[in-house]
Structures are given as C-alpha cells and as structure tokens.
Design a protein. Structure first.
Length: 341
C-alpha cells in the first residue's frame, strides 16, 4: 500500500529515470566536468533567470550544512525556526560543518519566521560573549506544510540584510512551494533577497541529490573545496546531475509538485468531513497535519498505515508525493471514516 509517512517513500519519477539511463551511454569525465552537469547547471540558471552558481550534493543535510558553513565563521550564529529541519533533524550537521556556528531558534505561527521574531534574536545581544548572528534560514515549503509568500520572504530578507546577515533557504520542498504559489522561482528566491537556496531533488522525485544554488556568487568562492572535503563531490557526478535534466526540461518538476499538492488538498477536503479530525495547519503544499484521537491513530497503524507524529506535537503528518494516487488518498480516508464512526 502507498504510504503517507514521507514524500521520500516515493520512487523515482519516470522523467528522472529516463535521464539517468540516457547518461549511462558511454564514458564521461568525472567530478562534474561532464556535459550533463554543465547542461543542468545552465537549465537552473535559465530557470532562475540569473547567473547563479550551482553544486550537486548527496542529500539535504549535506546541502544545508555546507551552505550554512559557507556563510558563517565558527563564532557566528544562524537564526532558524524552532521546527526547522536544520535544528531538529540534521544531527548537528550545520554546527559540525561550520566548526561550531550556533543555531538560534525563534518561534512563529505556522512554521514561519517573521521579521519581528528575527529582529528579537538579532537584537538580543551584541556583546562579545554571544555568537554573532550572521544568517537567517527559511524553510520553503515549511516543515508544517505552509509556504512563505514572496513578500514574507522579502520582509525577513530585508531585515536580515540591513543587519549584515545572509539569507539561506532550505528548499527541500521548493518545488511544492513554487507550484502552490504560482510564482517565478526567481520571485521567491533572489528577487526576494535569498542568497543561497538548497533546492531539494530527492523529495521531488529524483533517486538522490540536491542542488545548492548560490545567487550571490561571492559566497561560493571556496564551495567546491568544501564539498570535496565533506565527501560530497561525486566522482561520477553525471549520475547525480543528469536526473535533474529530466525534471527541468519539459517542466516535470512543477507538474509533479502540483500533483502532490493537489493530493494534499484532496486529503484535507476529505478530513474536513471526519468527526474528531482537526487540521493543525493550513494545507498549502504537499503536507497535511491532523490531530486525531489516539484510538484512531492506533487503528490506522493496526491497518498498516505509517505516519509520524513527532513534528506537530502528537498530530499526524501525512505527506503526499509526485506518485500519490487519488485512490490511495481515498483508501486512507475510508479507513479514517470507519475508525472515527
Ligand atoms: C527532507 C528534508 C531535508 C533533507 O533531509 P535529508 O534526509 O538529509 O535529505 C531538509 N529539509 C527539510 C525541511 C526536509 O523536509
């Protein structure tokens, strides 16, 4: 049965797989000197309508950790939401790769940082005994399935830049955010003040891999060395980069993301009619967070459904992916209805 535990339960989407197989034909130079990596980097520059600098790494933890490390000295700090993946799910990777830059958490409704919350952290201390804030990181779409509007990103970024901070975006679900907002990727990134984006590939339907996109190229000066030292420079890079071609050429990345978002809407609409089920956050991307009675949660697990409850304090997280079938959504809803009646 199809699960809603995570969007990385899904397989490889056909467009990515085709592109991977096409890259298998013949020899090619290693370490990113190949034609596929060059072409994908060019496609990303077209997509973002700017001359950005692009790197491919293994996973999101590496992408975030190395990107943040590139923006910080060890005595700096990074402001993030208290639910941010960098804080809760990366095993101290950002601190480790930055040699100790401290994460400072802030609160905010719906998993989003606000300028007020960021200002409070920035102005909390300015003395030499406290790690100096240098980066704000935003997650788009957020850990609880909401999205920042371009003006919301711009407001945080404007404040950050005014105080000499850089802006990083954890875009593990960037595709879902773009599909939800219907904006140009540039409008929610560099035009709104984002300096570096970790563009998620895995949850989008790739076999593996994320792109680190530097809009301010000065920040990526030594990034290639940082990736190599961290064990993130793939020797057969083309197998990391080529699947991106399949996603970007022809717009599969956005189509699949829109589908995942639509499945989340279908699920949310069904939940609205189920007594005892209460949505915890607005459903804006591909995640649905719902409070369910314990007995219903147990019943779902007994019927084989898997889901996490640690993110939303006991609420179930139900993620939709590029391959989520409407029938799977309906099967989950049918079980929920039976268990709730
Ligand atoms: C999945 C995810 C990541 C990346 O996680 P990895 O398991 O390291 O690939 C990063 N940020 C967010 C918000 C995520 O959901």
């Amino acid at each position: 049965m199809q699960q809603f535990a995570s969007d990385n339960c899904a397989g490889i989407c056909p467009e990515a797989l085709q592109a991977l197989l096409a890259a298998e034909a013949g020899d090619a130079p290693g370490y990113g000197e190949d034609e596929w990596t060059r072409r994908v980097s060019d496609r990303l520059r077209e997509l973002f309508e700017t001359d950005c600098d692009v790197y491919f790494v293994f996973n999101g933890t590496a992408a975030n950790s190395l990107a943040l490390a590139a923006l910080c000295q060890s005595y700096h700090s990074v402001i993030c939401h208290e639910l941010a993946h960098v804080e809760t799910d990366e095993c101290g990777g950002p601190e480790f790769f930055s040699n100790g830059s401290k994460l400072l958490t802030a609160r905010g409704e719906g998993g989003k940082l606000t300028p007020e919350a960021v200002r409070e952290v920035i102005s909390r201390r300015s003395d030499i005994h406290f790690p100096r804030p240098r980066v704000v990181t935003l997650t788009q779409a957020t850990e609880v399935g909401t999205v920042y509007r371009p003006a919301e990103v711009a407001a945080v970024a404007e404040l950050a830049h005014a105080h000499g901070l850089r802006v990083h975006m954890d875009g593990a679900r960037f595709c879902n955010a773009v599909a939800a907002l219907g904006v140009a990727p540039a409008d929610i990134t560099w035009r709104a003040g984002v300096d570096v984006l970790c563009f998620g590939g895995t949850k989008m339907g790739l076999p593996v891999g994320e792109a680190v996109v530097f809009f301010d190229r000065r920040l990526s000066e030594d990034f290639a060395w940082r990736c190599k030292q961290a064990g993130q420079l793939a020797s057969k890079m083309r197998f990391l980069s080529a699947p991106w071609l399949g996603m970007l050429e022809g717009g599969a990345w956005l189509r699949h993301a829109a589908h995942a978002n639509a499945m989340a809407q279908r699920l949310a609409a069904g939940l609205a009619g189920i007594p005892g089920a209460r949505l915890l956050f607005p459903v804006e991307a591909n995640g649905v967070f719902v409070a369910l009675p314990d007995s219903v949660q147990q019943g779902l697990r007994a019927r084989g459904w898997r889901f996490y409850t640690f993110i939303a304090a006991g609420g179930a997280r139900l993620m939709c992916a590029w391959d989520t079938h409407p029938e799977s959504v309906d099967a989950l809803l049918a079980d929920l209805r039976e268990l709730s009646s």
